[in-house]
Every structure is written in C-alpha cells, then in structure tokens.
Design a protein around this ligand. Structure first.
Ligand SMILES: Nc1nc2c([nH]c(=O)n2[C@H]2C[C@H](O)[C@@H](COP(=O)(O)OP(=O)(O)OP(=O)(O)O)O2)c(=O)[nH]1
Length: 145
C-alpha cells in the first residue's frame, strides 16, 4: 500500500520560517512542526495545504516549490513540504496548535521540533537568508520606546 501523505508548509516571511507548537495528541503536544495536515481523497497536495493553512492558521496561502525529499512519520504516513507565501491574514493558532513563532535561521534550534521534522526543517532552512537580520546589526537588541 502506498503511504498516506501529510503535507506541510514551510511558511516564509521577511526571512523567517513559521514554527507551530502542537496542542494534540498528547504524545506530540508541546513539540514544534511545520503546519499542515493529511491529504484528503481527491485533493492535490497544494489544495490540501491551502485548506489546512486556512483551517489551522486562518490565512490564505500560496504554495510555491516542493522542497525535495519525503520524510517518514508514523507507519503508513510520509511528510512532504512545500514553500508557502501568505497572501492574506495574520497566522493565529486556531486549530491543532497553541503557539506560533517566526524564526530566523539562527533561531531554528530554539524550539523542540518533532524528531521526524528535523530533516525537513533543515532543508527548508537552506532557503532562509544567512546572517544578521536587518535591524539587529551590531548585536544590540532593538529598543522599545
Ligand atoms: N501537520 C503536520 N503533521 C505532522 C508533522 N510532522 C509529523 O509527524 N506530523 C504528524 C502529526 C499527525 O499525526 C499527522 C498529521 O496530522 P494532522 O492532525 O496535522 O492532520 P489533519 O489536520 O489532517 O488531522 P485529522 O483530520 O486527521 O484530525 O502527521 C508536520 O510537520 N506537520
């Protein structure tokens, strides 16, 4: 039998990647992932991704390129990842997640990614700019007024 596909988005914005913390099931809760979900019958991966990101984050998203590779999840499931651009809306953790974080490349290992997501995140990271983000040059944190 062919594996069922879980499609996830490497959502990029202003040189950062969106990470989402799962709120369920208990064995995955608290771990971080790329938002997405299972492909439903009759859907293309891109359609599933757009649907899942609308349901989970409340945004309209536009899939870009598929990140090469396919990563095994629980038996019978594989993870495929597409780059994604948000067309409208501000992501909110509406379903399946209790926190979202935008991470610069140098911050990617500050969250506890699901083990099975780590190679996919590493691939996605190759698409993020290297170096100090604008506004943080000089190392000093931005001051609030
Ligand atoms: N969305 C997503 N799921 C992942 C990732 N890594 C990983 O192991 N998984 C697992 C968690 C879940 O067991 C499964 C995806 O299920 P889901 O709960 O997000 O999908 P869904 O929205 O279609 O859920 P449902 O209809 O079955 O409730 O794959 C990932 O990066 N993104």
């Amino acid at each position: 039998m062919t594996d069922r596909v879980v499609v996830a988005g490497a959502v990029f914005d202003e040189g950062r990647l969106l990470a989402a913390r799962r709120s369920a099931p208990p064995e995955l809760a608290g771990r971080w992932e790329l938002p997405g979900g299972k492909l439903e019958p009759g859907e293309t991966a891109e359609q599933a991704l757009v649907r899942e990101l609308r349901e989970e984050l409340g945004v309209e998203a536009e899939p870009g390129e598929r990140i090469p590779g396919e990563w095994p999840l629980a038996p019978g499931y594989v993870l495929q990842v597409w780059t994604v651009r948000i067309v409208s809306g501000e992501p909110r953790p509406l379903e399946d997640h209790d926190e979202l974080r935008w991470l610069f490349r140098h911050e990617l290992d500050t969250v506890d990614w699901l083990d099975q997501d780590r190679p996919a995140v590493a691939e996605a990271a190759c698409r993020l700019p290297v170096g100090t983000p604008p506004g943080l040059a000089g190392g000093a944190p931005p001051t609030r007024t």
